[in-house]
Ligand binder design. Structure first.
Ligand code: T1G
Length: 684
């Protein structure tokens, strides 16, 4: 393996280069090389200053995550950072791309930092269930200030070079040739003494009101609920304020090791790679090129059509959006503009960017205008006849090579494709509502969908900043299919004596953002309702029949006040009791454990069936769907990873305990039984 670290001289400045694709991760060879070159530069009298720079697309993007869990190889990253800082000659970090985690810590060990305007700096360790373990929680507050360091470390969100410069984390922003500017900067400071050391005391940790930490904890209690890493990060930043540097470093090290050995870090690190694996399409050669998508057509300017369109407009891709009448078209484009304006008000877009995005939108009442589009997505009413009619028309209008996609949430893509003469160009693109916000995209692969159509869909997903997962054709694909047993069992449990609030509480305490009934009220109890108020075959029918359609009607499974705050509903409880009485179901005490087994274990069982039927490429894809599509707590890894952590034998035992209550149409996944029997796992 070639040495990723090299060096060259520019006059009396030594440039230390890292060339460790793809992201200059700080693996053992990089760490060893950095120490070697710093010591060589220090020993060489002809060298007056040092620049550390990286080849390729980014400055060090952090420790090498693939080394985690393996026997450590010296030198530790903290040692490397300390050695850089101890160098008697000024060391300048030349930052481009993303200086993340250990990369940001290496930059903090340098005496000066120069960056391109496009560069980003961050502490994403919390996303891996960790914290900056190479002095970042101690140097960060001293250089960038407590508030910014706290936000960076507990949220993992990177900051721009501009923000870093304003905070003092970057000394100079340069345009053009980064390393040339960094060398020039090194020339300017080569005789400056004493050298600024980020570990030295700074006024930025002076007189910090201790309530800052308590207030921050309270303000983020919901966000951090159940998640140990953010609070550990907060404790370390607090230690930077309250303890001398050396003691703060020990606090950081202790907490880092605690996190690293804990289950949540393992789950998050699993998920880091699971998310990246989802982008790979089994059986499709890397040489398959995506089709060029210069214009996207969207049919339907409703909530979904508008949200879907925004993804492409924001990514700079022109959109032709088609509706049946002017009123619907104006309403749809009006909602899109309103959404953009609210994003601009939050400072996440400029007015010019809003204008730019809306400027790429071409509203039309003429279906034939879709003939100029390279990808056409229908987002109309969830009805097979309506979709078949649209695809029949599209077949005659769309240009050759155009991709025809349905945003259907459940329906059979093969059946839709069968009405066209080009089934190989048909694919499912299942966006999740709100489509301009939710990151998950299920790419549904029809029996005849061409490989390059899939490759195009996955490439486009990355461009519009979605996390795409390939799904096979089955009712509900991956995510919604697993929702079915969960909802079914949840409603059966209501009949047997559980309440909506008890069931939702179990899910929220588990770490879900909301429970099944809170979710039903948010999405709409009337989704999928047959619209016949006389036909009452379920609790949902009964609620819909009396206009309890959820939050949008001020009442669903819960009653809602004017601020949409939910409260248990006596009316709903009486409907449930009547239903149970009519069916002769005896009420009984239901334990939280039974709720877990009947709603979460049954989801795992369905996930195993999906895997067994080949409707998901891998178990980790199912986890990616549930984390990004439904808010499954990432610190539990996803339903399949979690099932492995519980033990598949435990899952099977639980389901056996509940089997007679699960209903006649419920059955075990043979794959689950086999794996449990063999002591195997789904995800490792
Ligand atoms: N280690 C090893 N491999 C990594 C890696 C890392 N840190 N980051 C990315 N990769 C691989 C990734 O698996 C993929 O591989 C390829 O690089 C491209 O990644 C002590 C303990 C940098 C913003 O958390 O956020 O420092 O699939 O597809 O979309 O305090 O990668 O091609 O085989 O994501 O352009 C902290 C994690 C580590 C940064 C680029 N650092 N990486 O995004 O490419 S912990 C992170 C990212 C740490 C210290 C602590 C992103 C990126 P493959 P990609 P991208």
């Amino acid at each position: 393996m070639t040495d990723p670290i090299s060096s060259e001289n520019h006059g009396d400045v030594r440039i230390i280069w890292s060339d460790n694709p793809p992201v200059n991760a700080l693996g053992a060879a990089v760490r060893q090389g950095l120490v070697r070159e710093i010591e060589a530069a220090e020993d060489d009298d002809s060298v007056k200053a040092v620049v550390i720079a990286c080849k390729g697309r980014t400055f060090f993007a952090g420790a090498d995550i693939t080394e985690f869990g393996k026997p450590p190889v010296m030198p530790w990253l903290p040692t490397v950072v300390d050695r850089i800082e101890a160098c008697e000659k000024p060391v300048v970090a030349a930052i481009h791309g993303t200086a993340l985690g250990g990369g940001c810590e290496v930059a903090l060990g340098c005496h000066y930092r120069v960056a391109l305007p496009s560069a980003k700096l961050g502490f994403p360790e919390v996303n891996l269930g960790l914290l900056p373990g190479a002095g970042g929680t101690q140097r960060g507050p001293r250089v960038a200030g407590v508030e910014l360091a706290l936000k960076m470390a507990t949220t993992g969100k990177p900051i721009t070079a501009g923000e870093a410069h304003d905070a003092g984390l970057v000394d100079r922003i340069v345009e053009g040739d980064l390393v040339q500017h960094a060398v020039a900067y090194a020339e300017e400071v080569k005789d400056v003494r004493p050298l600024p050391r980020s570990s030295e005391h700074s006024d930025k940790i002076e007189n910090v009101d201790p309530s800052v930490f308590e207030d921050y904890k309270k303000a983020n209690a919901k966000l951090f609920r159940g998640d140990v890493a953010p609070l550990a990060n907060l404790e370390c930043i607090k230690a930077a304020v309250e303890q001398p540097y050396e003691q703060g470093v020990m606090t950081e090290r202790t907490k880092f090791m605690e996190l690293m050995s804990g289950p949540q870090a393992k789950a998050r690190q699993y998920f880091f790679f699971a998310e990246r694996k989802a982008a790979k399409i089994e059986g499709v050669d890397d040489s398959v090129e995506p089709r060029e998508i210069k214009r996207v057509g969207v049919i339907g300017a409703g909530t979904m059509g508008g949200g879907i369109s925004m993804n492409f407009l924001t990514a700079g891709i022109p959109v032709t959006i088609v509706e049946m009448n002017q009123e619907a078209l104006d309403r749809g484009t009006g909602v899109m503009l309103k959404n953009y304006q609210s994003t601009a008000r939050k400072g996440r877009m400029t007015e010019e960017q809003v204008e730019g995005a809306m400027g790429l939108l071409k509203p039309s009442l003429n279906f034939d205008d879709l003939g100029e589009c390279d990808l056409i997505i229908e987002a109309v009413y969830e009805n097979m006849d309506v979709k078949k009619d649209i695809f029949t028309k599209l077949d005659g209008i769309a240009k050759n090579g155009a991709i025809l996609a349905s945003n259907t949430s459940y329906l059979d893509i093969n059946e839709i494709a069968s009405v066209t003469k080009r089934p190989e160009d048909v694919v499912g693109l299942h966006f999740f509502s709100p489509a301009n916000i939710m990151k998950l995209l299920e790419v549904v692969r029809g029996d005849k969908t061409a490989d390059d159509v899939l490759v195009t869909a996955m490439a486009l997903a990355k461009k519009i900043r979605k996390v795409a997962v390939i799904a096979g054709v089955c009712y509900g694909f991956i995510g919604n299919r697993m929702l079915i047993p969960r909802q079914l069992q949840a409603e059966k449990l209501l009949m047997e004596g559980a309440t909506p609030q008890q069931i939702d509480k179990v899910h929220v305490e588990f770490g879900m953002p909301m429970g099944p009934f809170q979710m039903a009220d948010l999405a709409g109890v009337d989704i999928g309702w047959h619209r016949d108020p006389e036909r009452i075959e379920s609790i949902r029918d009964a609620l819909c029949a009396i206009d309890r359609w959820g939050q949008k009607k001020g009442a669903g499974f819960y009653d809602y006040d004017e601020n949409r705050r939910p409260s248990p509903s006596e009316k709903v409880q009486s409907i449930i009791d009547d239903f149970a009485a009519k069916q002769g179901i005896e009420k009984r005490e239901i334990s939280d454990q039974e709720i877990v087994e009947r709603t979460l274990y049954t989801m795992v069982n369905e996930g195993a069936k999906i895997l067994d039927e080949g409707k998901a490429q891998r178990a980790s894809d199912i986890d990616v769907v549930w984390v990004y599509g439904y808010g499954w707590p990432v610190y539990r890894g996803g339903p399949m990873y979690w099932a492995d952590s519980e033990g598949l034998d435990t899952i099977v035992e639980g389901l056996k305990r509940q089997e007679e209550r699960l209903g006649d149409d419920w059955s075990f996944s043979q794959l689950l039984l086999d794996k449990a029997e063999a002591g195997e796992k789904f995800t490792r």
